[in-house]
Design a protein around this ligand. Structure first.
Ligand code: BGC
Length: 272
């Protein structure tokens, strides 16, 4: 059996856990022993897919509960963390995963497109982090190996460092996540709260289906990935599980790129 991080006895809130990377993270954390709050948007299709994630966890012998919340709304986020408290008596791990894209050329980008992406990808991560920190504070750090009083993992993107034409709103949100994460890590380390990011590259999920669902688009995408394959949600989920576990107890303020080398300027190999 492959080694999984030990998260037994822990409670994790995973935002946007009904699909894609969030779904993979929820399944992985549950496999590692955590009880998981599977957040999803209130719409019916998201609700149905979140219920499927909860069922899959239960069938594998784990514990999970679904919780609807638009994480860009303050009241919804309060309600989300109430679910963690009511069902699982608290929270130990927050995975700030929920994110969206609304591409447009800058001259055509509406304020609504700009605002919605910032609201979900950046303000939502602030609101969830604040709620998690309020839950963590006041708890005593546990003795080693449970040294941290709480852990926050941001799901950022390679676009926290790679500029992205036609997705200026998205890249700006992820650039914001980078310094939000580091600022919180600096602020919260004395309280024994660890804050880190995982920055995925191209992962096979619905958000970027056009980038991989035809042979032509996949070939173009692979030119950007030195390691020669697209990523899978499990690639990201395993990194998140490690950062959520006490195996990474001395790691805070770091961004772990899980990108097959996408951030290595592959066009410069043998050029420049
Ligand atoms: C985006 C994907 C994109 C990847 C690499 C991610 O943050 O959500 O759509 O394929 O970055 O460019």
């Amino acid at each position: 059996m492959r080694h999984v991080a030990d998260l037994s006895g822990r409670v994790a809130v995973v935002t946007g856990a009904n699909s894609g990377i969030g779904r993979g993270v929820a399944l992985e954390l549950a496999a590692a022993g955590a009880r998981v709050v599977v957040n999803h948007r209130p719409e019916e299709d998201s609700r149905r897919r979140a219920a499927e994630v909860v069922d899959a966890i239960a069938q594998a012998g784990g514990a999970a509960v679904a919780a609807a919340a638009d994480i860009s709304r303050e009241d919804d986020v309060e309600q989300l963390f109430r679910v963690a408290r009511d069902h699982f008596q608290g929270v130990d791990i927050l995975v700030n995963n929920a994110g969206i894209e609304q591409p447009a050329a800058i001259q055509d980008m509406t304020l609504a497109q700009w605002q919605r992406v910032i609201d979900v990808n950046l303000t939502g991560q602030f609101l969830c982090s604040r709620a998690a920190v309020r839950a963590f504070l006041g708890r005593q750090p546990k003795p080693p190996p449970d040294a941290a009083a709480g852990k926050i993992i941001f799901i950022s993107s390679v676009h926290e460092v790679i500029p992205w034409a036609f997705q200026a709103n998205y890249a700006a949100s992820k650039g914001g996540v980078s310094l939000l994460m580091q600022s919180l890590a600096q602020e919260l380390a004395p309280m024994k709260i660890r804050v880190n990011s995982v920055a995925p590259g191209a992962i096979r999920t619905p958000i970027n289906a056009p980038a991989w669902n035809t042979p032509e688009s996949l070939a173009a995408l692979l030119k950007l990935i030195p390691y020669g394959r697209i990523g899978e949600p499990e690639d990201v989920a395993r990194a998140v599980a490690w950062l959520a576990s006490d195996d990474s107890d001395y790691v805070t303020g770091s961004t772990l790129f899980v990108d097959g080398g996408m951030t290595l300027y592959p066009a410069f190999r043998g050029a420049g």
